[in-house]
Design a protein around this ligand. Structure first.
Ligand code: NAP
Ligand code: GLV
Length: 312
């Protein structure tokens, strides 16, 4: 019999177990490494994990597929993982919908100048600003993958111009698309609300630095729902202090959690959420992994297979 080990949140893991027992009773489901006494480690073919242990392959030498519980896989150390082991990131509708809600909330909050109105409330100041209809906003999304494209669909009903930037060229209806480092300056120059949905790779690490931020128009705002280490945080703080950036909404930071003394916590032009923009939902995520296991067993390509050289 083949075995699967789930390494993650125990409560959500129970829901995964129920889904697997119902649909694949032939596949033995283990909830956590501790709860797997009697486990024939040579029979483990699949692991589902957010943070797998470093010695995963020593524990399970016949592992075939590692399913990430997250859409990002940057935190998974593959240095000891044989190339034959497939890594699959999470592509599932629950997480996607979470991210759409988060980015639409953040974009509309900024478009409607809510940060300024909250500051005015603190000053007991009743003062209407020039309405958003008087301004023309362009929302620029970095990353035109599963999440970036879903976010565009979420933003389509609102009165904003949409643009996107990716590694390779894309053509998306209603979105001005830019690709590659040579197009980055043109993309940023006209972007008022910048949304980061890039995977963390060597090419995107510290991408958002002083030179990058200078390319944005004065008063631009930044929403980071990608990864903290993509940003040089001191450069972000400097841009906010100078007023070059008017606001930032950060769901991810470096490190996480941000130390209590970090100036981003108390910055008047920063809102922070604790890495909650998108999480996989047990039922829909289990369904996707079940389908992928079926595809793997039939020798078909799995959805969300990571290119280990590209890093996402
Ligand atoms: P995806 O489908 O793999 O899409 C990644 C996109 O980024 C692609 O469009 C890709 O370009 C682009 N890209 C990669 N490297 C690039 C580079 N060097 N320059 C320009 N573009 C580059 O990934 P996804 O499912 O949308 O997820 C994106 C990321 O969101 C995840 O990796 C994770 O870090 C983050 N995330 C955060 C949360 C949260 O709660 N904050 C939740 C989920 C995910 P091509 O299309 O040309 O390949
Ligand atoms: C969360 O950050 C994810 O990558 O899914």
């Amino acid at each position: 019999m083949n075995h699967l080990v789930y390494i993650g949140h125990q409560g959500r893991g129970q829901q995964w177990r129920e889904e697997f027992s119902r649909q694949r009773p032939d596949l033995v489901f283990h909830l956590g490494l501790e709860g797997s006494e009697g486990l024939e480690s040579h029979d483990v073919r699949y692991v589902v994990a957010w943070q797998p242990p470093k010695d995963l392959i020593d524990r399970f030498p016949n592992l075939e597929v590692l399913f990430s519980l997250g859409a990002g896989v940057d935190h998974i150390d593959l240095s000891r993982m044989p190339p034959a082991v497939k890594l699959v990131r999470m592509v599932e509708p629950g997480l996607r919908q979470d991210m759409v809600e988060y980015v639409v909330w953040a974009v509309l909050s900024l478009k409607r100048q809510i940060p300024t109105y909250l500051q005015q409330q603190n000053q007991i100041l009743w003062k209407a600003l020039e309405g958003p209809q008087a301004l023309r906003y362009r929302v620029g999304v970095m990353g035109l993958g599963v999440l970036g494209q879903a976010v565009f669909r979420g933003l389509q009903p609102f009165d904003v111009d949409l643009a996107g930037w990716s590694r390779t060229p894309h053509s998306l209806k209603g979105v001005k698309c830019y690709a590659g480092p040579e197009a980055l300056a043109d993309f940023l120059r006209d972007t008022h609300i910048l949304v980061n949905l890039l995977p963390l790779t060597s090419a995107t690490h510290h991408l958002v630095n002083q030179a990058f931020l200078e390319l944005l128009p004065a008063g631009a705002v930044f929403i980071n729902a990608g990864r903290g280490p993509q940003v040089v945080q001191q450069d972000l703080l400097d841009a906010l202090d100078r007023g070059h950036l008017s606001h930032a909404i950060l769901d991810v930071t470096d490190p996480e959690p941000l130390p209590a003394s970090h100036p981003l916590w108390r910055h008047p032009s920063v809102w922070i959420t604790p890495h909650v923009a998108g999480h996989s939902h047990p039922n829909s995520a289990a369904q996707v992994v079940l389908e992928n296991i079926g595809r793997h067993e039939m020798g078909l390509p799995m959805a969300g297979l990571v290119d280990r050289v590209r890093g996402y």
